[in-house]
Design a protein around this ligand. Structure first.
Ligand code: PHE
Ligand code: ZN
Length: 899
């Protein structure tokens, strides 16, 4: 008997309000795998019992693309039926006694291009089960609130698959007949099915034994393909740092004898926190100085940390249902961001990390929150859960947790975490449970006082806007700030109630530039004050303000909001020069640049001024660049103009070509007006001694790289051939990938004639390094468009022998770099970019719906586009939506976009 079922009929929208507890619990799972790429046999023996709290009903097990061969209940054959993708068992034992259920299925890993469930990559087996991949391995109650103890036996050909891994501890292994062998793993922790994992293949491991603070010994392992062992040191160091940090900061120790990381080059996401057996995209594991950039090193540190921190926030306490996804993701992003900050030796490096995180939030999450896919941090409904692994769930979710820390203090928040684990360890819970625990541990805090209102952050989508206005009374020496807050409607939420918004404030003397001491209600409060906005309108008055101040509002980006304040240029220049808060210092520079960009876009509709930036801005940038004490990483951030995407977000009607032209003019102006300063900056920062990926030296490399980029750009204007020549030489001589790639980028992005030979050489040098080839592809697909040359180049790249649409990293390096990260190249007046996009979405959907749906989101903001872009984008979306056999993933994205 064999049944093969495919998804059938339109899938239903799932609503958070419909949650009910499962009708059955699964206590134990004993899985045996006979691994074979073209037909893997899976024997699944479970013990189940009825949930006494739920009315008796049939058992409905999820399954997808499985061949079902046998079902036994307590060892006996039983009747069953199929309902769509579910296996339905009606004749089960009555009562709440445990019973045994045995299910035998087969699947075809080698044909699994979705990379969900059990799949083959480079001749090894991997699994990916979050969110709903386990049902592609066996029939199961594939939901996170069903937690079971797992025993797993793996059998495979020993020569082809010498390493056999699963969650937990290895309890047995040995040889079998016919050149096969086996390994048996027992996970001592119960877990939801989405945390199940297995790996089998030819892998080697870097190993490290550690002793925890509590005196326990652990084995840490990083598994990679045989040639990659020399690229695992940084991942291992990051893992050791993560273990130490979670113990020191939150008192959370490693609860496993063995903690494994395995890298695979075919992976839909960044990495996955499977209990004791994290599976990573190679991009977030492999690094040495010859192949990885400083940014890669930093990303590896934060992703290794992130997955490790999930061991407590996600695995020990998991989500009741997928609407609670931010319970684990927002919290764990917050934890990885804090981890990376705490690893910084210098306070200024902490600020740099914060600025980088906010930049991601504002360029990716704010647009999401203003577009058709806007959803609350705890969504109310979805068609496809895979579409909700978003910057809102992750990055905005992290901001919510950070605000809770701000409202309870760092120590208070740590107490809240302790209470959270006391209450819920081993359970599947909700965002409400988390917020309640943090508040309950801090009874006197603003969070406890405002909890019901604070929780609107979880239920209301959209980015709040805070408008502020200041009044200085020189005679009374008072300064009053008036605030009002609002939030635009989002799909399904026409009206928003006021949020709890913590606003960190300071005052800078407009004339003196001094940080002014603050006093509120007759009390001195130091140099910074936390005002908690709760009403639609609110004011605060500072006393004893001896001179006209410039307000520094939302220091450290204390809440994920848009702040409107009618700063004069002079006020922004004062903040840029003098604010004690590094974030707002950077922000002042961004506001100045943004203002110039918007003015230039609005004026002269068709011709672009060659000098959108005014002299004062240029002088201020020179002062920052040449500043004696600011560090290089911070300078590089200040001198980076707001992105085209961020500029577009500020406009009601978006002409992407106009934005591109204006921003390019601004870049050229910075290149030429600061030419001597860039030469100075390069000379001073080019030599960093031996390579170390620490914040200080990577900041120096970033600034040197920026200088080269501007010097090559200037060369396109002044005909200089010296700097392009020097850049090519640096490209050839570089001792690390950061310097080499920055030089290559300078040549490619300036469109210099030397770029071609540099690209060819780079390819030849790194033809066997997949992650480096990804950079090579991405650079060309993402390069600055000059008259439409990028799209034809992208088409050529797709025809390159090294291109492979089935490999997500490679597909992203070409297609996403163009459609999602190169607005000037993608938004073409002839609509060819959109035609290309639609073709790729359809093509990818047949291979890997998750990847296709991410690409589909490149047109999220189409309604803001000016003509002719808008109509052309709608047509492209409609063409995709007209396909009747789309995945739920793509269906949800394009239907929402067109709604
Ligand atoms: N849970 C993973 C993380 O954030 C992300 C992920 C989701 C990976 C779904 C794979 C599939 O760490
Ligand atoms: Zn995560």
């Amino acid at each position: 008997m064999s049944y093969l079922r495919e998804a059938s009929g339109p899938a239903a929208v799932i609503h958070r309000g419909d949650y009910t507890a499962p009708a059955f619990w699964i206590d134990t799972v004993d899985l045996s795998f006979d691994l074979d790429p073209s037909k893997t046999r899976v024997l699944n023996k479970m013990t189940l019992r009825r949930n006494p709290d739920v009315q008796a009903q049939p058992l409905r097990l999820d399954g997808e693309e499985l061949n079902l061969a046998r079902v036994l209940v307590n060892g006996q054959g039983t009747s069953f039926k199929m309902d769509g993708n579910q296996l339905v068992l009606e004749n089960l034992p009555e009562g709440t006694e445990p019973f045994a259920l045995e299910i035998f299925t087969t699947c075809v890993p080698v044909k699994n291009t979705k990379l969900m469930g059990l799949y083959v990559s480079n001749d090894s087996f991997f699994t990916q089960c979050e969110a709903e991949g386990f049902r592609r391995i066996t029939y199961f109650l594939d939901r996170p609130d069903v937690m079971a103890m797992y025993t797993v036996t793996l059998r495979a050909d020993k020569a082809k698959f010498p390493v056999l891994l699963s969650n937990g501890n290895l309890v047995d292994s040995g040889d079998l007949e016919d050149g096969r062998h086996f390994a048996k793993w027992v996970d001592p922790h119960k877990k939801p099915s989405y945390l199940f994992a297995l790996v089998a293949g030819q892998l080697v491991a870097r190993e490290q034994r550690i002793t925890s603070r509590a005196g326990k010994d652990h084995l840490l392992q990083v598994f990679v393909r045989p040639g990659d062992l020399d690229k695992t040191e940084h991942a291992m160091n990051s893992l050791m740092a993560s273990v130490a940090w979670d113990e020191a900061r939150f008192g959370l120790p490693l609860d496993l004898e063995r903690f494994m990381i395995v890298a695979t080059s075919d992976f839909n996401m960044g990495a996955m926190e499977n209990k004791g057996l994290n599976i990573f995209n190679t991009k977030y594991v492999l690094a040495n100085q010859a192949t990885a950039t400083d940014v890669d090193y930093a990303n590896i540190e934060s992703v290794v940390g992130h997955e490790y921190f999930h061991n407590w926030t996600g695995n020990r306490i998991t989500c009741r249902d997928w609407f609670q996804l931010s319970l684990k993701e927002g919290l764990t992003v917050f934890r990885d961001q804090e981890f990376s900050q705490d690893l910084c030796a210098e306070p200024s490096a902490r600020a740099v990390k914060r600025i980088e995180d906010v930049r991601v939030l504002r360029t990716a999450q704010f647009p999401e929150d203003a577009g058709p896919m806007a959803h609350p941090v705890r969504p109310d409904s979805y068609l496809e859960i895979n579409n909700f692994y978003t910057v809102t769930i992750y990055e905005k979710g992290a901001e919510l947790v950070r605000m809770m820390q701000t409202l309870t203090s760092r120590a208070g928040f740590a107490k809240g975490m302790t209470l959270y684990f006391e209450r819920f360890d081993g359970q599947a819970v909700t965002c409400d449970d988390f917020a309640q625990a943090i508040a309950d541990a801090n009874p006197g805090s603003a969070l406890a006082a405002l909890l019901p209102q604070f929780k609107r952050w979880y239920s209301q989508a959209g980015t709040p806007r805070v408008a502020a206005r200041g009044e200085y009374d020189a005679a009374a020496q008072t300064y009053t700030l008036h605030f009002s807050q609002s939030c635009a409607a989002t799909p399904g939420q026409p009206v928003k109630e006021p949020f709890v918004i913590p606003v960190s404030l300071g005052l800078i003397g407009a004339a003196s530039g001094a940080a002014l001491p603050l006093s509120v209600d007759g009390q001195a409060v130091g140099g910074s004050h936390l005002l908690v906005l709760t009403d639609a309108q609110q004011s605060i008055t500072f006393q004893n303000v001896a001179e006209a101040p410039v307000p520094s509002i939302l220091r450290g980006f204390s809440a994920p909001v848009v702040l409107d304040f009618d700063y004069s240029d002079a006020q922004l220049l004062a903040l840029l020069a003098n604010d004690t808060d590094a974030f707002n210092r950077w922000e002042a520079g961004q506001r100045l640049a943004l203002r110039s960009a918007i003015n230039s876009i609005a004026s002269s509709a068709n011709s672009t001024s060659a000098t959108p930036l005014n002299d004062a801005y240029i002088a201020a940038m020179r002062a920052v660049l040449r500043h004696p004490t600011l560090d290089a990483a911070f300078k590089e951030l200040v001198l980076t103009l707001p992105s085209e995407t961020y500029i577009a977000e500020q406009l009601d009607v978006v002409d992407p070509q106009r934005i591109h032209a204006v921003r390019e003019a601004m870049r050229l102006q910075l290149a030429t007006a600061l030419h001597a300063d860039w030469e100075w900056a390069f000379a001073v920062h080019e030599n960093n001694g031996g390579y170390r990926p620490d914040p200080v030296s990577s900041g120096r490399r970033a600034l040197a790289g920026m200088a080269l980029n501007f010097l090559c750009l200037a060369a396109t204007q002044n005909g200089d051939s010296v700097w392009p020549g020097k850049t090519l030489q640096r490209f050839k001589d570089a001792g690390n990938m950061t310097d080499r790639f920055n030089a290559l980028q300078a040549l490619v992005n300036s469109g210099h004639a030397l770029a071609g030979q540099a690209l060819a050489r780079f390819h030849a040098l790194f033809k066997d390094e997949a992650l480096v080839l990804d950079k090579w592809f991405a650079l060309q697909a993402g390069t600055s468009d000059r008259g439409g040359q990028v799209l034809p180049a992208v088409r050529q790249l797709m025809a390159h022998p090294d291109f492979n649409l089935k490999n997500p990293n490679r597909a992203r390096s070409v297609i996403f770099s163009f459609c999602s990260a190169n607005p000037g190249g993608f938004h073409r007046a002839d609509a060819a970019g959109y035609v290309f996009w639609a073709d790729r979405v359809i093509e990818l959907d047949a291979i890997n719906p998750q990847v296709a749906a991410r690409l589909a989101r490149a047109l999220d903001r189409w309604k803001k586009l000016a003509e002719p872009y808008r109509s052309a984008a709608r047509e492209a979306l409609a063409r995709v939506a007209a396909k009747t056999d789309l995945s739920n993933d793509v269906r949800e994205v394009v239907d929402r976009a067109l709604a």
